[in-house]
Design a protein around this ligand. Sequence first.
Ligand code: ADP
Ligand code: MG
Length: 347
Amino acid sequence: MVKKITAVIIALILSINLSACSSQEKTRYEAEFLMLFDTITQIVGYSESKEEFADQVQMIHDNLEEYHQLYDIYNGYDGINNMKTINDQAGIAPVEVDRRIIDMLLFSKEAYEMSDGKINVAFGAVLKIWHDYRDEGIENPEKAELPPVEMLMEAAKHTDISQLIIDEESATVFLADSGMSLDVGAIAKGYAVEEISKMALDNGLTSALISVGGNVRSIGVKADSGARWTVGIKNPLDVDGKNISRVELEDASLVTSGIYERYYTVNGRRYHHIIDPVTLFPAEYFASVSILCPDSGLADALSTSVFTMPFEQGLALIESLPDTEAVWVFHDGEIRYSSNYNEYTND
Ligand code: ADP
Ligand code: MG
């Protein structure tokens, strides 16, 4: 079945800040649109004119839509070979794909190495089972069930990332194991946000904050004041309550993985959507992990990986990476920070 998602720009350009135009002569604008990556995209930026900002937002929207279609594992689109095409051809034939798929999958393999296998895009077979049980459980809460362990273990036999064959020369991707499938939910959104942010910068947008469903990437500083962009980090144990921290971003990203994003409840217990490849069950270490670093693709990959690691292992990984910081919130409310976290905050 081919489903076409029509993207709608909902409310473009809402507020105008005239107070602080100063020497830059730039005005603050905001835009918001729905549908892409199954979430809300919000853009705040400073531009010379409303028209210029509208052009920049349109460019971001159109490119993000292309990434969304290429990285979609659920829907096919006319005339495009995407992630779903690759999965449908598992064990059958290599699929010729756009360079943007090849590059994202190469990055996914690097993320697998870096995380000691904790983030694995070849984990689709297991993740699909959890996805189906979660959908069922949300639909019929009184009948919510956990997937049988044997079913998960059988699927886990088909998650060997070395069977993901990327041929850069012929621009093809092949899943050599017919029981395997790719799920890029932990990586694709952040990766796409990084790519479109660089494009926007090349297109003249030098001061902006882009959030795609909470995957935040900043460009420059606020053009009127020269101050960094400030973003709050939610308390995963009380999402409507006070933020746990306020971070400041300049050409940097903030991505959080947490128990409150997507989950279902079985016998009074919450089962969320990030699966530890070792236990095949939702990772239990933390309520949330937030990552700060320049690259939004890396931030997204790290947020999922570090969420599935014991604190010491995650801390060692974060401390080994330049300009990368993290904050961990434990189930009892305890909060831990990496060593140079204060570089990203004024609190
Ligand atoms: P969000 O969905 O809020 O962006 P994440 O970036 O943490 O949150 O990604 C979670 C998604 O990643 C899940 O919905 C699932 O599709 C996928 N996923 C879950 N666990 C893993 C894992 N261990 N390795 C790779 N992908 C995973
Ligand atoms: Mg992630």
